[in-house]
Design a protein around this ligand. Structure first.
Ligand code: MG
Length: 260
């Protein structure tokens, strides 16, 4: 079921969005060559406790999960791109890091992801990350009253295909509200002018992700971490946004912190 939020409810959701933005900005700043993934999770957990927020991940146990996730953040490294389960790994020079973080604050969820490189970046990694960020920007621009879900999907696809990347549509954007995953589903590829019409009060996450040279994923033995079948690297950019009469509001925007 697709739910519409009132302007007052969208205002209430800003606290969750701001906390997710601040947490990702802090974790990104603190994540360096030599940082262990388990310490990123511990730090995120400290920030959740200090805020009085509730993790959407720790008890998360969908049908495809082998067991509850057990951590509060996804850390996907290099050829891992989605649902990376934090484990005992110390980051090395040039590693491509994706942090994906969702919490509930005062009963409202926000969900956001960012990719970046620690140490010396490879040009192809920067191009991959930049493409997911530009795809997200274009998709947000398309999230206006009068457009349809397909316009968002088509915007992601145009940027991604324009850079020569193929798209896997198994995982995409989703409604966000009292819970992390609701309707509508927002595929990362689709036809403009098709799908559910966008109305003021819709709140959802948009999350383009790409692999450098494949669109096929394999699941790690941990039952969660999804990585490319060919070892090529992945990137992922996600924001939670609200559709309003005045245009989209990026609830998880980090720009007020002076970072992207
Ligand atoms: Mg997410």
């Amino acid at each position: 079921m697709i739910e519409l939020r009132t302007p007052a409810e969208i205002d209430e959701m800003r606290a969750a969005g701001r906390f997710v933005a601040e947490t990702l900005a802090t974790l990104r700043d603190e994540t360096k060559v030599g940082t262990n993934l388990l310490s990123i999770d511990r730090r995120a957990h400290e920030m959740i406790r200090a805020q009085g927020a509730e993790s959407c991940y720790i008890d998360y146990h969908p049908s495809f999960g082998a067991s509850p996730f057990g951590k509060v953040i996804c850390t996907s490294i290099n050829d891992a791109v989605l649902h990376g389960l934090p484990h005992d790994y110390t980051l090395r020079d040039g590693d491509l890091v994706t942090l994906d973080f969702a919490v509930s604050v005062d009963g409202w969820v926000a969900d956001s992801a960012v990719s970046f490189v620690v140490g010396t970046p490879r040009d192809e990694d920067l191009r991959l990350i930049d493409t997911t960020e530009r795809a997200l920007d274009a998709a947000i621009d398309a999230a206006t009253v009068g457009n349809r879900i397909g316009d968002i999907s088509a915007a992601i696809a145009a940027i991604s295909h324009g850079e020569g990347y193929s798209i896997n549509t198994d995982f995409g954007g989703h409604g966000v509200g009292r819970i992390m995953h609701g309707d509508p589903h927002i595929p990362n590829d689709g036809r403009a002018g098709r799908g559910f019409p966008l109305r003021a009060g819709l709140v959802f996450a948009i999350e383009p992700w790409l692999l450098a040279t494949t669109d096929e994923l394999v699941t790690d033995p941990d039952g969660w971490t999804l990585r490319s079948v060919d070892g090529s690297r992945g990137a992922h950019s996600e924001h939670t946004i609200a559709v309003t009469e005045d245009g989209p509001i990026i609830l998880t925007d980090r720009s007020f912190l002076g970072v992207n």
